[in-house]
Design a protein around this ligand. Structure first.
Ligand SMILES: C[S@@+](CC[C@H](N)C(=O)[O-])C[C@H]1O[C@@H](n2cnc3c(N)ncnc32)[C@H](O)[C@@H]1O
Length: 207
């Protein structure tokens, strides 16, 4: 971690971050109560900041476990002087239970760690058990947008999603290019954007 990233965590997390262990109330966490997008694993966070600037009528929450990325994004939020983006430093699997149901209009996971080796596949973030916990946090009509440059992971994600009748595949919305994506493209990888809508019809079927 650079000294600047360390300083940002020490000095800016309180202002631009979300801490504590209590249930999160997204209606009061932001100056304006508007639709909330959750990004899981934002890396260095530059693309998340670009989105927050591009969509001032939406609020954004980024969760990242890697401290240097958290520090980097906090510094950039301070410079950009925006109030619709908050950062959580931590593992998303420990944060899900703090989020109320039906709160996110969009959840995005861009380039989750692919864990190439078969023996490491169990470490992949996106699997049916994780989706089962994540889906209740989405509001009806909300989008779940995943991007990956690793085709075998894309196939396994599509298979995982197919087990959820509440999700129907749809066209992916615009998103900025991410840092990890740039690396994949330089290596000649094909990028898959997988987007699903939590439909009311399917919800009615599953209740
Ligand atoms: C391959 S990187 C992609 C980063 C960024 N989205 C991009 O496209 O440049 C995956 C990121 O997910 C983060 N991550 C992995 N598991 C996580 C978890 N359980 N909770 C929060 N972040 C996680 C990693 O620390 C890493 O920064």
């Amino acid at each position: 971690m650079t000294p600047g990233q360390r300083r940002a965590i020490d000095e800016l997390l309180e202002q631009y971050g979300i801490g504590g262990a209590q249930k999160l109330d997204f209606a009061t966490l932001f100056p304006v109560n508007q639709p909330v997008t959750l990004e899981i694993g934002f890396g260095m966070g530059d693309s998340l900041l670009d989105m927050a600037i591009a969509f001032p009528a939406r609020n954004f929450v980024g969760v990242e476990v890697h401290a240097p990325g958290v520090g980097h994004l906090l510094s950039r939020i301070e410079k950009a002087d925006i109030s619709n983006l908050k950062v959580i430093h931590g593992d998303v699997t420990g944060i899900i239970d703090r989020c109320p149901e039906g709160v996110f209009s969009q959840i995005q996971i861009f380039f989750p760690d692919p864990w190439h080796k078969k023996k490491h596949h169990k470490r992949r973030l996106i699997n049916p058990g994780f989706l089962r916990r994540l889906l209740p946090l989405m509001r009806e009509g909300g989008l779940l947008h995943v991007a990956t440059d690793w085709e075998p992971y894309a196939e396994s994600i599509v298979e995982s999603f197919s087990g959820f009748p509440a999700l129907s595949r749809c066209e992916a919305p615009w998103r900025p290019k991410t840092k990890y994506e740039g690396r994949g493209l330089r290596l000649g990888h094909r990028v898959s954007d997988l987007c699903y809508r939590k439909t009311m019809k399917a919800l009615a079927m599953s209740t």
